[in-house]
Write a protein that binds this ligand. Structure first.
Ligand SMILES: [Zn+2]
Ligand SMILES: [Zn+2]
Length: 82
């Protein structure tokens, strides 16, 4: 059996496609998960509500973990409430 044929169809090679990665997707940089109850700080960075509560309970300084800008958690919470 000397069949020299290959099963590869011609032109099956796909060009390497750049995966468009949306780094600004709804991923919280604290837990690296899709944001749950997203909360947006004054600096326009947003995180999960639980993550914000976590970092604010960890330290006195309420700072954005991304840009280190200070924020007022009670203000942010009040703003997010309808
Ligand atoms: Zn989170
Ligand atoms: Zn920020």
């Amino acid at each position: 059996m000397a069949t020299n044929g290959s099963d590869m169809p011609p032109g099956a090679e796909l060009p390497p496609q750049a995966v468009a990665e949306d780094s600004d997707e709804d991923i919280c940089v604290i837990c690296f998960c899709p944001k749950e109850n997203p909360l947006t700080l004054g600096c326009q960075h947003s995180f999960c509500l639980v993550c914000i509560e976590f970092i604010t309970s960890e330290s006195e300084a309420e700072r954005c973990p991304v840009c280190r800008k200070r924020f007022n958690i009670s203000k942010v919470l009040a703003k997010s409430r309808k």
